[in-house]
Design a protein around this ligand. Structure first.
Ligand SMILES: NC(=O)c1ccc[n+]([C@@H]2O[C@H](COP(=O)([O-])OP(=O)(O)OC[C@H]3O[C@@H](n4cnc5c(N)ncnc54)[C@H](O)[C@@H]3O)[C@@H](O)[C@H]2O)c1
Length: 245
């Protein structure tokens, strides 16, 4: 696909990686729709529009997507980047609240990381097929899709995204729509530093062949590759510095 003609929907555009993706792509593509529950006022350009929304609300997302496709700039790329990192052991006998993983936290994590992707992707794909738009869905997964101790819900949600990339690539190839995951390792962002202790981060760095965290630009470059390579579909692009869990 031609990057300069791409019209992108970027979810989670106000967060750490989303902000970097917006900055990286805004002068390379035709238009970006930014979807997030919070606005990041620094993400300004004359070829973008911010739409405040809760991606877990199916009916509202369905309406928003239909509105977007009624406009002149009809998206050919969806980057499912919004997400929520949650750390909790499945059983923790020393916990003061509950020894068992909270159901509420499980549901919240699955709702934001997985159900939201269904909500927006199903409606975007329908509109792409209806308008005969060839394009690509990119799911931002995680190395956690292989299973990280202390991240049951997060790991399960990200593994499910990889499965969806495979399913949708098979169902949608006939329409010229590709679907892939990008699976980052540990990236040097505020969200990584707040969700992991210094000692945990250092131990992950030791298990990374390149001995360091990645940077957001490494992830943006992977997304660019996926948009531009018309024969790349149904895959998980690991960008993790060779991290072995
Ligand atoms: N930072 C990393 O090292 C890393 C590593 C692997 C994978 N990831 C994945 O990359 C993505 C972005 O991560 P990040 O570090 O930028 O996280 P972040 O927390 O900084 O950003 C997430 C964004 O999603 C938005 N969001 C959350 N729930 C929403 C909802 N219901 N509706 C609309 N918007 C919502 C938030 O407002 C926020 O702007 C996530 O999917 C994350 O799992 C990040």
């Amino acid at each position: 696909m031609n990057l300069s003609e791409s019209i992108i929907i970027l979810t989670g555009s106000s967060g750490n990686l989303g902000n970097s993706m917006f900055t990286y792509f805004q002068d390379k593509v035709k238009f970006i729709y930014q979807l997030d529950i919070n606005e990041n006022k620094s993400n300004q350009s004359n070829n973008s529009e911010f739409i405040k929304c809760d991606l877990t609300d199916y009916d509202n997302i369905s309406k928003i997507v239909d509105e977007v496709y009624s406009k002149e700039n009809k998206p050919s790329v969806l980057i499912n980047n919004a997400g929520y990192i949650h750390n909790e052991l499945i059983v923790n006998l020393t916990s003061k609240e509950s020894p068992v993983h909270s159901l509420e936290n499980w549901k919240k994590t699955i709702d934001i990381n997985l159900n939201s992707v269904f909500n927006i992707s199903s409606n975007v794909i329908f509109n792409m097929v209806k308008n005969r738009i060839k394009g690509v869905i990119i799911n931002i997964s995680s190395i956690a899709s292989s299973g990280i101790a202390g991240q049951s819900a997060y790991s399960a949600s990200k593994a499910a995204l990889n499965a969806l990339s495979s399913v949708w690539s098979k169902e949608l190839g006939m329409f010229g729509i590709r679907c892939n995951s990008v699976s980052p390792g540990f990236i040097d962002t505020e969200s990584t530093r707040t969700s992991l202790s210094e000692s945990k981060l250092n131990s992950y760095k030791k298990n990374t062949s390149l001995g360091k965290l990645g940077n957001p630009e490494n992830i943006c470059e992977g997304i660019k590759f996926i948009i531009e390579n018309n024969y790349y579909t149904g895959s998980v692009l690991n960008i993790d510095g060779g991290l072995k869990l």
